[in-house]
Design a protein around this ligand. Structure first.
Ligand SMILES: C[S@@+](CC[C@H](N)C(=O)[O-])C[C@H]1O[C@@H](n2cnc3c(N)ncnc32)[C@H](O)[C@@H]1O
Length: 418
């Protein structure tokens, strides 16, 4: 099967709202695709106040923010609780800028005085929490101050601004308090931060959020909702007109690792069992979330291309004499990944309006013994098997793979529900 590969369409006009905002930046913008990509396709698909957009792998919320800025109703699904918090907060503009700043200033006073008066040992994480983190993710004094600040923020659990206050904390925790760097995998910087002005940085972050909200307040009533859900098993109340999303790719990237520090400190993941529970809801895209009981491969066992690809990877492993636990799982990632995509697409179908547009942003991969995985074209093939029409596969960008020296495409696979 072959498809016409085109370049991503140019921005058509100023149909959609262009005033740019920092909302994407409220938390970990780097994890996402660029907002202009969403805007271009929403334009192309004629999204409006009368259409419903779904992002079933909504991550930190880029699609939903773009929708809301443009008055387009939207829904998101996400299975990582930290990303879920981010997308929920980023589309909640029902808060009063002056009020949240006032609350933040009170917290700042209380936390600063608490930190100053504190005598004795620094606050620490439990042994179980520490075991979940990369060693030296955060130095003792910044951690102590961060935990004290969080204690005060937690006094506001019942307040409607609470999650905005926590997201500001999560962003500063990773960007300013911690020793982490991302490039693209998460690691610890050589130069550690021994002390940081934790409370002041957090206050500034809240003020910046408040300013963004002031800019977009008039759009606060546009519908947007995010659900904690496993998109391999879609369940919805209504019907959707447009899907725009970027699912994980089969590339060894462990999203629970890139968000680990904030997930642990905010209390989403307290031990290995919590971690496993969340990982089991994710599309299998890396060897760290493969489980013995996994069986999504059964949905694609008749797809020769996927089965041959898995076989090729496993044969290569044997040929190279590679025996590590991870390498033994490479072929499993491939079959389970596409099996999960199959489950997602088939369960989604009944919730789509006739002729609905779907766009999946995915990247080719060569992470497994440099064997090329044409993610977009395989996804298109699966979709066609299920009864979708493949509209186009647009190349969105190309990057050089450091391991294989090959150029790999990132593509937007556009489907129609027929
Ligand atoms: C490539 S990221 C999406 C990035 C997104 N465009 C953004 O703005 O941040 C893929 C997301 O899918 C989520 N995910 C993976 N498997 C999932 C599943 N089965 N159901 C729902 N979300 C899932 C991951 O946690 C991750 O946040």
């Amino acid at each position: 099967m072959s498809y016409v590969i085109r370049l991503e369409p140019k921005m058509e006009s100023n149909k959609l709202f262009h005033l740019d905002t920092n909302i994407h930046n409220w938390y970990r913008f780097v994890l996402s695709f660029p907002p202009h990509l969403v805007k271009n396709y929403l334009n192309k698909f004629n999204a409006s106040k009368d259409t419903l957009v779904l992002d079933p792998f909504c991550g930190t919320g880029t699609t939903l923010v773009e929708c809301k800025k443009n008055g387009i109703p939207s829904i998101g699904f996400e299975a990582n609780p930290m990303a879920l918090l981010s997308s929920q907060v980023k589309i909640n503009w029902m808060i009063e800028p002056d009020e949240i700043i006032e609350i933040a200033k009170n917290i700042e006073k209380k936390a600063s005085s608490k930190i100053q008066k504190h005598k004795g040992n620094y606050l620490k994480l439990t042994h179980e929490q520490e075991k979940l983190l990369i060693k030296n993710s955060i130095s003792p004094l910044p951690l102590h101050k961060a935990l004290m600040l969080l204690e005060v923020i937690n006094e506001y659990k019942e307040n409607k601004n609470y999650n905005h206050l926590r997201l500001a904390f999560a962003k500063q925790l990773v960007n300013s308090y911690s020793n982490l760097h991302f490039g693209p995998e998460v690691g610890v910087a050589r130069k550690k931060k021994d002390d940081v002005d934790v409370v002041d940085l957090w206050l500034r972050e809240v003020v910046s959020i408040a300013k963004d909200i002031a800019l977009f307040k008039e759009k606060e009533n546009t519908y947007g909702e995010v659900f904690f859900a496993d998109s391999r098993n879609v369940n919805l109340n209504g019907k959707v007109d447009i899907v725009f999303t970027s699912p994980p790719y089969p590339n060894e990237k462990d999203y629970t690792r890139t968000t680990r520090l904030e997930s642990v400190i905010l209390g989403y993941i307290n031990n290995k069992e919590d971690l496993r529970k969340y990982k089991k809801n994710l599309l299998r895209s890396n060897t760290r979330n493969i489980y013995v009981s996994d069986n999504d491969e059964k949905y694609v066992k008749n797809n020769k291309r996927i089965m041959n690809l898995a076989k090729k990877i496993e044969n290569k492993r044997i040929e190279l004499g590679k025996t590590s636990g991870f390498e033994r799982y490479y072929y499993r990632v491939v079959e389970l990944y596409f099996g999960g995509i199959y489950r997602h697409l088939i369960s989604l179908k009944e919730y789509l309006n006739h002729n609905a547009y779907l766009a999946y942003v995915v990247g080719d991969q060569a992470s497994y013994f440099q064997i090329l995985i044409n993610t977009g074209s395989i996804l298109a093939e699966i979709a066609e098997d299920i009864g979708y029409k493949v509209d186009t596969i647009d190349v969105f960008r190309t990057r050089l793979s450091t391991t294989s020296g090959k150029y790999l495409n990132e593509e937007v696979v556009v489907l129609r529900n027929s």
